[in-house]
Design a protein around this ligand. Structure first.
Ligand SMILES: [Zn+2]
Length: 356
């Protein structure tokens, strides 16, 4: 019995009404190619990865094919290339795809691969593709299958694997394209690579190395830049300029507004300042490119009896439009939206020190 599910787009459907069915050949041809490619990839994966590879479900659509296999780890690029080579070699053989009905026991005896967990009837359909690869084999791929297939392996045109991902413990999901979709995918990738090589001003084959070395350069330069900014923020070691520490309430205060320093580096800047002072208080406002400010106050150990970094940082954060702030007596931080008031925040801290 053939059952069709239909969507009525206009008019109505009545009992006993004659209807005309038309097959969408382009769509069906694409499905056939993708389904037959699933069989070929299954066998190619088994040959490359080992006998443990078993199909755990599949999806065949006109656009692509997807199937899950049991395999414990990611498939390496070289393995993937071999799988593609093996499967595509069968396409070039251009042998007819042979389907035969036979008794289930005969089918299993002939080496047909049955899918674990599938229920099969008395009589089964056996689909064979490609020239036999091993001794005693009847064909490259022999599977029990009731689905629709390409007429000859050459009709599949090309097979390209586009992704391999994990979908569960020990199960990999493979997605692939065939025929014109495979060609278009390859052509798109070739154009992307050419564009990339053009930007890198290197031949495509050297593009990966060129890019890797640029990324390495970038990491090194970022590190150097962060170091240089920190040095600059601390006055380049010059302790006699306008930013030199001043005396407040009998202790030395190093107070700075710095720009271009990452907020996460403010604390290490304050630590450096404390080390440089030996004894004293460091207050640093860091202004981010978006105008927001971070504030860090450090108090050297010998002064934590008289001064509390948390109280000082709170005095400053108000000027920045922030609320509160926190930390310990020797190091505290706060933030606020008004980076333009950095100097006012430092003045507030200085006033709080004088009043302490
Ligand atoms: Zn099948």
């Amino acid at each position: 019995m053939f059952v069709h599910a239909v969507t009525v787009e206009e008019g109505s459907l009545r009992l006993d009404q004659p209807v005309e069915l038309k097959v969408d050949h382009a769509r069906r041809r694409a499905i056939r190619a993708n389904h037959s490619a699933t069989h070929l990839l299954h066998e190619a994966l088994r040959q490359v990865l080992g006998d443990h590879v078993a199909q755990k479900g599949s999806l065949v659509s006109p656009e692509r094919l997807r199937f899950d296999i049991s395999h414990p780890k990611p498939i390496e690029a070289q393995e993937m290339a071999r799988v593609e080579d093996i499967a595509n070699a069968v396409l070039l053989q251009n042998e007819p795809v042979v389907t035969k009905l036979m008794a289930v026991d005969d089918a299993i005896a002939s080496g047909a691969r049955a899918l674990f967990g599938e229920k099969y009837g008395e009589e089964v359909r056996v689909v064979s593709m490609g020239l036999p690869a091993g001794e005693g084999a009847k064909a490259f791929s022999v599977e029990l299958c009731g689905g629709t297939h390409a007429g000859r392996t050459g009709d599949i045109g090309a097979i390209t694997i586009v992704s391999d991902s994990a979908v569960g413990a020990g199960v990999r999901r493979i997605e692939a394209l065939t025929a014109d979709a495979a060609r278009r995918h390859r052509a798109d990738e070739a154009r992307t690579l050419a564009a990339l090589a053009g930007i890198l001003k290197a031949p495509a084959s050297e593009a990966p190395d060129r890019l890797a070395s640029l990324m390495e350069d970038r990491r090194r330069l970022e590190k150097e830049l962060a170091e240089a900014r920190k040095k600059l923020a601390m006055g380049g070691g010059d302790a006699t300029g306008v930013d030199a520490p001043r005396e407040v309430a009998g202790v030395r205060l190093m107070a700075r507004v710095v720009e271009g320093v990452e907020m996460r580096d403010l604390k290490s800047l304050a630590d450096e300042g404390k080390t440089r002072l030996g004894s004293g208080i460091v207050a640093i406002v860091g202004v981010a490119p978006d105008g927001k400010a971070g504030l860090v106050v450090g108090v050297t150990e010998d002064l934590t009896g008289r001064f509390d970094a948390v109280a000082l940082v709170r005095a400053g954060s108000e000027a920045l439009g922030g609320k509160g702030g926190g930390g310990r007596r020797d190091m505290a931080q706060a933030g606020g939206p008004n980076g333009a008031n950095g100097q006012a925040a430092l003045d507030a801290i200085q006033a709080a020190m004088a009043a302490a």
